[in-house]
Design a protein around this ligand. Sequence first.
Ligand SMILES: Cc1cc2nc3c(=O)[nH]c(=O)nc-3n(C[C@H](O)[C@H](O)[C@H](O)COP(=O)(O)O)c2cc1C
Length: 397
Amino acid sequence: MPTPAQLPMTLSRAVNIADLRHLAKRRLPRAVFDYIDGGADGEVTLRENSRIFDDVTFRPRNAIATPQCDLRTTVLGATLELPFLLAPVGSSRLFYPRGEEAAARAAGAAGTTYILSTLSGCRLEDVRAATIGPAWYQLYLVGGQSVAMAGIERARLAGFNALVVTIDTPTAGNRERDVRNGTRELTSRRLLAMLPFVPQLLARPRWITGFISDGASMRYPNIMLPNVGPMPYADVGSALERVTITWRDFDWIRRAWAGPIVVKGVLTADDTRRAMDKGAAAVVVSNHGGRQLDGVSATLKALPEVVAAANGRVEVMMDGGIRRGADIVKALCLGARAVLVGRAYAYGLGAAGGTGVARAIDILQTDLVRTLKLLGCGSVRALDRSWVDVPSTWNYR
Ligand SMILES: Cc1cc2nc3c(=O)[nH]c(=O)nc-3n(C[C@H](O)[C@H](O)[C@H](O)COP(=O)(O)O)c2cc1C
């Protein structure tokens, strides 16, 4: 008889996000798993994003009964059942057949928002139709202004509720794992270049079967290039570089999109003020999950500066490193209205599609309720700075 510790890990036995990560690693080819899991350069910021949560400690109020814990919050005027949204994660269709639709459906079923990346493998109309919850469209300018404007118009017609403009990708980050795994070669569609890296795909027959049954498409149907059609995967790095977004672009984006604009990738008071000047309704404190400029501050540490600069005039969210419900509680205590989770659900998607995303959401939701009860706090809306201690060395005002 195997001891409980020796039983194989399955979705129903996954107790935390690290278990989902383990399952994703087992199902996905190395190149796909590392694309999700990896960060830029030495991965210092990637690690620090998660580690920094250990530096913030709770101040519980004990001997208080909290039979009900209210996790609801409002973001951009919509009531969400949970204080976390699913972050834009590009190329999710590589993780699981119809990946973006599966993740959006799971978000809607749980009563929260799904944010669709421009770099999506599924058509934005299909993703919007897959969820009963709010959906936001994350914009990259790949392909140039007229291609982006066509995307914005499609997002409007499809009924997306907000536009998220990501500002931290003037070029692709240096993801060394991707280079080693031959991601560029594997997406090149040149057989000879691909060949040395194919064995890692063959080692995951279950993934290959799913990928082929899903059409084996390696294109982005929401980036329609003139004379080309949907942009091929291979062109992302250079495409990002050709179209660096600047604050001036917000003028035409504002004219093209009448709904709320969310600026994602803010780490300083200066950028918070610029976003507000450009009419943003919300900002996301984000370093792209440590995938862009390595060595920038962990986002939890940057959050108080942005909250102070926003001064209640725009909603502040944050993402980066969140793997447990307690992490979400700490971010809310430091002033985030809600958080975005990226890898936490991407691991679930890679492990088991929509069921895996639902499991990730469930794990975080259960954590949240337990953490609130142990804190003696009945509602996420009551969380503030008084529930935590932060290190005295933080630039916290
Ligand atoms: C595999 C992957 C792909 C991503 N693609 C995008 C993207 O297309 N657009 C974007 O704004 N952010 C993208 N991000 C960043 C996430 O939106 C989010 O900022 C980050 O994942 C948060 O960190 P976490 O993964 O530690 O939760 C991506 C992140 C990952 C892990």
